[in-house]
Ligand binder design. Sequence first.
Ligand code: SAM
Length: 245
Amino acid sequence: MDYDDFAELYDRQYALYRDDLAFYGDLAAHADGPVLEIGAGSGRVTAFMARRGARVTGVEPSARMLERARARLGGDASRVTLVRGDARTVRLDATFALAVIPFNALMHLYTPEDQLAALTNVRAHLRPGGELALDLSLFGTVPTGVLRHADETFHGPRGRTDVTFVQDRDDARQTLVTRYFVDTTHGDGHVTREHHTLTQRWFTRWELEWLLRHAGFAPPRVHGGFRGEPLMEGSETMVIRTLAV
Ligand SMILES: C[S@@+](CC[C@H](N)C(=O)[O-])C[C@H]1O[C@@H](n2cnc3c(N)ncnc32)[C@H](O)[C@@H]1O
């Protein structure tokens, strides 16, 4: 999955998403050293952590997302290093007190080998006792096979754009495939459509616990939200914190 095609739509969709910012911002502000962010995307969380005074290295494979991150940083840019790279293979000449993997960035690793390679590599960049925090959507309550329009209408120079989407959850493959239909009504009334498909590989609690242990982390604390809520059947997000051992 390459976010290059998807960067502008991503930023429009999540411009108002803030559920995770206080959580990652507090962790970063209290970290005893620099912060590594994996899947930094267009800098949504990166900028917030830097504004809280953290020194952040953000790793992101999509050039287009990185471009948008650079544009977002503004005055906080001096505390941020952005690196084009992949969680599995990036090699940084530094170790970190805290690593974060916000908002489903792990879901673009589709095999156990890739997942383990990424987490082992993150572990290798943490100081002993350093912390890892990440969050993953659970998708248990996502309506599947239904065309939805989640109040996503944008007005721009090309006209009015409406985003609709269909999501299909495949429990055998542990994937959620989202097909987006991005329809723009131009000034003269004609309509054009763009298609985007996003495939996410979701995680169960126990497979993630095993992966983390294999990658060199302590048994994690697992919550059902960013305020330490218990993980329950209807939880929408799984929030994990663990330490490098
Ligand atoms: C849902 S976005 C989250 C972006 C950002 N963390 C945020 O919260 O807005 C997932 C991000 O993970 C990145 N990603 C995908 N595969 C990756 C990989 N193998 N290593 C690092 N990042 C990856 C994508 O390019 C994308 O920017």
